[in-house]
Design a protein around this ligand. Structure first.
Ligand code: ZN
Length: 778
């Protein structure tokens, strides 16, 4: 029970009376909100004492040597199962790997030292060869720099000459990690445990996860995305295991009683972070239908036998074909393996030709997995497959522009999901999800530009910091805004041109702007780069404010802490409509305020800006226009597109949070929900109201708030009542989502019908006397 501390019991009693009416409850909530939020002072930022006394070390490799290819042999000593041997007391597991690599490289500028990356490896036996003369150049023992650079330095007795080709051989050994970094061990149980601590059922596999900077933990290498090379790899592994890597298997042979080796065909030229291999007992796979590319999905033998990989295999071929057709460029390899791993640090990793997934996002069990789980599987496969072009074939030059990988993969996945599972109708929901993820993070003063200067992203921790909602979600939203602005056809032709031009290479965002500019063939005053740069190089996003009385409009950076000053402004493409006109387009390319005729409400009609939320900005209006829009929502919500119905609620709540709008109006924006059945407005309302519920928890407002929510949710709950009571779900995916919202909001706000239903179902479940068998559903 929430503890009450603050106002007197008398006032609390008064709330109980007031809450007899939901609308009065609303007013009460507003008053208390203002009392509670008003005096809040943000915690001051800590000031950091400067401790730097010397210049920081250089973190980027010199560009005088260019790798061309690697020959790698790696032998993980791992056993896939513990074998009990007579008279041996210690278990036979070994978390070690050994190997050697030869990197063939080109010398661009003469030098007598070689720098490459290495981390947590013991490196020895350097041998440098001049490939023109086949003569060896004597080299020092490798020295590892004791700083964050992870540089491995080798000094040579004579200089390498500009224009020459050389090779460097190194032997190395390291530990197979147990924390999912570099080459790591992952474990699972096959069958079931015969007794507690039974090691017979335990299985071990080795897998790699090298993005962004862990290739250097596997073998010494030029570990920067621009230093692309071909990889020829041989894995030596236990006889009872199978090895997979990026390329197709070329040979697999037995070496002796314990070992065999598997050699793979060379990879395309690619970045080090995309190198991958696995060694496991996963022998069987499910093949996907496909013409040219051999697609196989691997998982634990039990999961394959039970058909859990069927769904993933079924859609993967279709998604790959969709991208090939849409992008008009073939997938860059002749095989694509996917593997479901019991452990992986991220949900999935797009290694070229060997995509790794957490089991949970690849496997689907008919009758057990939630129907909605297919949405997760489809979206993640679509994201990883989009990377095979955006990231693998064309890679960002440096991690500061990670959004060229992640923003694209996120954006392209919407269309692939919609193509292969049109009945899910989740494209708009995915877009809104990313929009709100980005809006939330980007409204903090601590956010960062989509594309910060490269010198701001140098150390591994700075690189890892780029894997956030800005690179993924804002990246996707900025691309969506560009596509809306230039038109889908120009955008698609532009990215086809971008891929074709830079295939196998690395890019900066200018290369993307130039490709789109070229196909656009439009010499209007605002070039693509001029329009886009403020969105990618400046932190944050704007809120535009429209006064429909006089047509005045201005923009400012949107921040939750609205007292923070900002002089930033953006060129904003605005699609808008009015009560009696269809969508039109206008630019806001100044900070303002500026008067625009189109934003004057001439006869009391409402005006709505940012149709379908195509622009990455929020919209605020004069109070009168807000009221007109809310009245429209109550009268005939269908006049306003569903995305905007959701966005009006989201904007209202967030503007209130930033003290740019009265909180009463924000709460009022949910009034129309009693009759609303579409998912997007409900999703938006639920998320924002949850924030309010959290804010009001343990305060007197909690009661009125719950009452208000009960009033709003009743209609939606009743809409699904028959299905909920009979434990069935609607066939439509968006309705399935809404049924979840209905039950969630109804039960958590204490709607008696919902509580009763939940109690009955729980009692019935207890009565069936079934034991819950989660133990092996890994
Ligand atoms: Zn990704």
């Amino acid at each position: 029970m929430p503890q009450y501390a603050g106002m007197s019991k008398i006032i609390a009693g008064a709330f109980a009376l007031l809450s007899a009416s939901a609308i009065t409850g609303l007013i009460t909530m507003v008053i208390i909100y203002k009392i509670e939020i008003g005096p809040m002072k943000p915690t001051p930022r800590p000031t950091l004492a400067s401790t730097t006394t010397s210049p920081p070390p250089v973190m980027r490799l010199p560009k005088n040597l260019k790798p061309d290819s690697y020959d790698i042999i790696i032998q993980p000593q791992l056993y896939s199962r513990i074998i009990e041997e007579v008279n041996v007391t210690t278990p036979n597991q070994t978390l070690l790997f050994t190997g050697n690599s030869t990197v063939h490289f080109h010398c661009v500028q003469g030098t007598s030292s070689i720098y490459l990356h290495s981390k947590d490896l013991t490196v020895s036996s350097p041998r440098v060869l001049d490939k023109a003369t086949n003569e060896q150049i004597s080299a020092s023992q490798p020295v590892l720099h004791q700083d964050e650079s992870n540089f491995l330095e080798i000094q040579l007795d004579e200089s390498l000459k500009a224009g020459g080709n050389y090779s460097l051989f190194l032997a190395f050994e390291g530990a197979i990690s147990d924390n999912l970094e570099g080459l790591y061990v992952s474990t699972y149980i096959e069958g079931s445990l015969a007794y507690e601590g039974d090691t017979n059922a335990e299985r071990f596999l080795a897998a790699t996860n090298l993005e962004p900077t862990d290739a250097r933990r596997l073998f010494p290498c030029f570990d920067e995305p621009e230093m692309k090379a071909v990889f020829r790899v041989t894995i030596i592994h236990r006889r009872k295991t199978e090895a997979l890597s990026n390329g197709m298997r070329s040979v697999s042979n037995i070496i002796d009683d314990d070992w065999k080796y598997t050699r793979f065909f060379p990879t395309p030229k690619m970045s080090t972070y995309l190198f991958a291999f696995t060694v496991s007992e996963f022998e069987k796979s499910v093949e996907s239908k496909s013409n040219r590319v051999k697609i196989k999905t691997y998982a634990r033998p039990e999961a394959i036998a039970a058909g859990h990989a069927e769904y993933a295999a079924n859609i993967t071929g279709q998604i790959l074909s969709y991208f090939e057709d849409h992008l008009e460029i073939e997938y860059g390899m002749n095989k694509l393996d996917q593997i479901a791993l019991p452990d992986l640090v991220s949900l999935a990793m797009e290694n070229w030709g060997l995509v790794t997934y957490q089991e949970g996002v690849l496997l689907y069990e008919e009758g057990i997995s939630s129907l909605l789980h297919k949405e997760v599987i489809t979206s993640i496969i679509a994201h990883e497959l989009a990377h095979q072009w955006f990231g693998n074939m064309v890679t960002m030059k440096w991690w500061n522009e990670l959004w060229l990988n992640e923003g694209f993969a996120t954006y392209m996945s919407y269309f692939a999901v919609d193509k292969v599972e049109p009945t899910f109708q989740i494209k708009d929901a995915l877009i809104m999800y990313d929009l709100h993820m980005a809006f939330e993070e980007d409204a903090l003063a601590s956010s960062h530009p989509l594309s910060p200067p490269p010198q701001d992203v140098e150390t591994t921790s700075e690189v890892i910091g780029m894997f956030d909602a800005i690179s993924y979600s804002k990246g996707a939203m900025v691309l969506r805004m560009l596509a809306d602005f230039v038109g889908e056809r120009v955008f698609t032709n532009g990215i086809r041109m971008y891929l074709k031009t830079f295939k196998g290479g690395n890019t900066e965002q200018n290369d993307l702007w130039d490709s789109i500019q070229l196909v656009r063939n439009d010499d209007s005053h605002l070039s693509i780069s001029k329009m886009m740069e403020p969105w990618t190089t400046q932190t944050g996003y704007p809120v535009i404010t429209i006064d429909t009385d006089n047509g005045e409009i201005y923009q400012k950076r949107f921040l939750f802490n609205n007292t923070a000053e900002s002089s930033l402004w953006w060129p904003i493409p605005i699609r808008y409509m009015t009560e009696d006109s269809e969508p039109s387009f206008v630019w806001l390319d100044v900070r303002g305020p500026v008067k625009k005729e189109e934003f004057i409400s001439k006869s009391g009609e409402w005006i709505l800006a940012n149709i379908n939320c195509a622009g990455y900005y929020r919209v605020n209006y004069n109070l009168e226009n807000w009221k007109r829009l809310l009245t429209q929502l109550e009268k005939d919500p269908d006049r306003i597109p569903p995305m905007n119905r959701g966005q009006l609620v989201d904007d209202a709540f967030n503007l209130a949070r930033a003290k740019l709008l009265d909180v009463a109006l924000a709460l009022n924006s949910t009034r129309f929900l009693s009759k609303e059945r579409a998912y997007l407005p409900w999703e938006s309302a639920e998320r924002n109201l949850k924030y309010f519920v959290l804010m009001f928890d343990r305060s007197e407002v909690y009661g009125p708030m719950q009452l208000y929510l009960r009033e709003k949710i009743r209609g939606l709950y009743d809409f699904f009542r028959n299905e909920t009571d009979t434990s069935t779900v609607p066939s439509d995916h968006t309705l399935q989502h809404n049924q979840i919202i209905a039950i969630d909001v109804a039960c958590s706000s204490g709607l008696p019908e919902c509580i009763e239903m939940a109690q009955e179902k729980f009692a019935a479940w207890m009565d069936t006397n079934r034991t819950n068998s989660f133990t092996h559903q890994q």
